[in-house]
Design a protein around this ligand. Structure first.
Ligand code: GLN
Length: 484
């Protein structure tokens, strides 16, 4: 293994205040060397992906992990190295993945987009904002992010690049700092769909160290289903009626309609479909994700794990040891993470559990059933006998929706937003997350009239999202290719 450092001065407009990481890792002649699909390619890694170096900690952008030098590589890092990639670790993010704009980064500092609107700085999206900026600024070949409720697709959409979230369990989460385990998915950011596909190829592996990573049987069932579809050129594209919400901005709506018309003109068919539980998905997500987070983050107590306060009257010997916990955790976590922990601890408490957590789990199941009703392929996770075709509903191959309801907000607008307003941003991305489905955001240019008179630095694309049945990742990538 060689470790190189190199200095690099970034253009001011790159969106980075300063380049904190000037190191990359690469592995030569590894004993596991397979064919070197990614030889010589630079891949940035989100700061929640454990990468073994003594130089760059794996921080998840949290003070809790500020000095955490991982003694091991995540499965993702090992596979990338084995395939010849050079890694750029610790890309900035929202702390532990909680956020949509990479503003909640207490350790590494907030980021802004390389694009602007009327001279105003825009949000790069989040939580994988750092990974997206590495790609958008062409400082790497592709980047790895994680997507729990949209964190790869949203920064993809806001930075004008591709953001792909595979089916839950296709890529191992071993060595990925947890936010909400049942939703966390490793995703890929790149300039082109083809690159996302190549990175997926290297990471799409069984891993006995992650119980939720798909096993051999499921993987072969999925392969069988996608082989049956081979050779069919025209796609049936579902247009979910519930995604036509009042908050949809006119530019997004216009681009959406134009994209649908272009797909029809190139021989695909459009089918209006309905996903009635969509409107409940966002609320369910913001119950389930914080609940899992509050439980996951309990380990950062300064005794077993993570940052410990240096305040002397908060010693572990004090009785009760509460001051140590309280002081440590108040210092370690930023305000958004604290908010999520409180929310999660509340919805899991015995008084609130039935009304919140259990209801949200029911909604999650209904969201999954909604999707299963409309996709032509059976969900490979379900028992074939229990799966009955619903004769009423038209079946589709993929869904097309916008990735976000609006163009990227300015940083100034974000400052005036309440937490709930900022959660609204995820309304189109969380349904696929709750159901574990593959989804991708592809940049589609704004209309010529809208681009007319725009500054070169203005955002000129809108993210369009394609969602497929569980395991249909290849189909989603094929469909995304038609939008490029
Ligand atoms: N914005 C969402 C949240 O804050 C999604 C984050 C993510 O996908 N990691 O939970």
């Amino acid at each position: 293994r060689e470790i190189n450092t190199r200095g690099k001065t970034l253009p001011k407009e790159s969106g980075f205040k300063e380049l904190k990481i000037e190191l990359f890792l690469s592995e030569r002649d590894s004993e596991h060397s397979v064919h070197k699909l990614l030889q010589g390619k630079f891949i940035a890694l989100k700061a929640n992906i454990a990468t073994k170096t003594n130089v760059v900690p794996t921080t998840a952008a949290s003070k809790a992990l500020a000095n955490y030098n991982s003694p091991f590589h995540s499965t993702v890092s090992s596979l990338l190295l084995q395939h010849g990639a050079s890694l750029l670790p610790n890309a900035n993010m929202d702390e532990f993945g909680m956020g949509s704009h990479t503003q909640f980064s207490p350790l590494l500092g907030p980021l802004s987009s390389p694009f602007s609107r009327n001279g105003k700085t825009l949000s790069p999206g989040g939580s994988s904002g750092g990974s997206a900026l590495w790609v958008a600024n062409e400082l790497c070949w592709a980047a790895i992010g994680t997507d729990t409720g949209g964190s790869v697709r949203l920064p993809g959409a806001y930075c004008g690049i591709v953001g792909f979230k595979p089916s839950y369990g296709r890529i191992s989460r071993w060595g990925v700092v947890q936010y909400a385990n049942s939703l966390d998915t490793v995703g890929i950011l790149a300039k082109e769909v083809g690159r996302a596909r190549e990175v997926l190829e290297t990471l799409d592996r069984e891993d006995w160290r992650d119980m939720t990573c798909l096993g051999t049987n499921l993987r072969s069932r999925i392969q069988g289903a996608s082989r049956r579809r081979d050779g069919r050129k025209s796609l049936r594209i579902g247009v979910p009626l519930e995604y036509n919400i009042a908050e949809l901005s006119p530019s997004i709506k216009a681009t959406y309609l134009r994209t649908l018309a272009a797909l029809r003109a190139s021989g695909h068919t459009l089918h209006p479909i309905t996903l009635p539980t969509t409107r409940l998905a966002l609320s369910a997500y913001y119950i389930l994700a914080p609940a899992e987070a509050s439980s996951n983050l309990a380990k950062y107590d300064g005794i077993r794990y993570g940052h410990r306060t240096s305040t002397s009257d908060a010693s572990p010997n004090s009785d009760p040891p509460l001051p140590l916990y309280a002081q440590t955790r108040s210092e370690a976590f930023g305000p958004e993470v604290q908010r999520r922990i409180l929310l999660g601890a509340y919805t899991l408490s015995s008084d609130a559990m039935d009304n919140y957590f259990l209801q949200a789990q029911r909604v999650r199941r209904m969201v999954q059933q909604d999707f299963d009703r409309i996709f032509d392929t059976q969900n490979p996770l379900l028992d074939p006998v229990a799966w009955a075709q619903d004769g009423e509903q038209e079946k589709v191959d993929v869904l097309l929706t916008p990735t976000a309801p609006t163009l990227p907000p300015t940083i100034e607008e974000l400052e005036g937003q309440s937490p709930v307003e900022s959660y609204m941003n995820d309304v189109f991305t969380v349904p696929a997350s709750l159901a574990g489905l593959p989804a991708i955001s592809v940049p589609v240019p704004l209309s010529a009239e809208e681009r007319n008179g725009m500054d070169v630095k203005d955002v000129q694309t809108v993210g369009m999202q394609l969602i497929g049945q569980f395991g249909d990742d290849e189909l989603v990538l094929d469909a995304a290719k038609t939008l490029e």
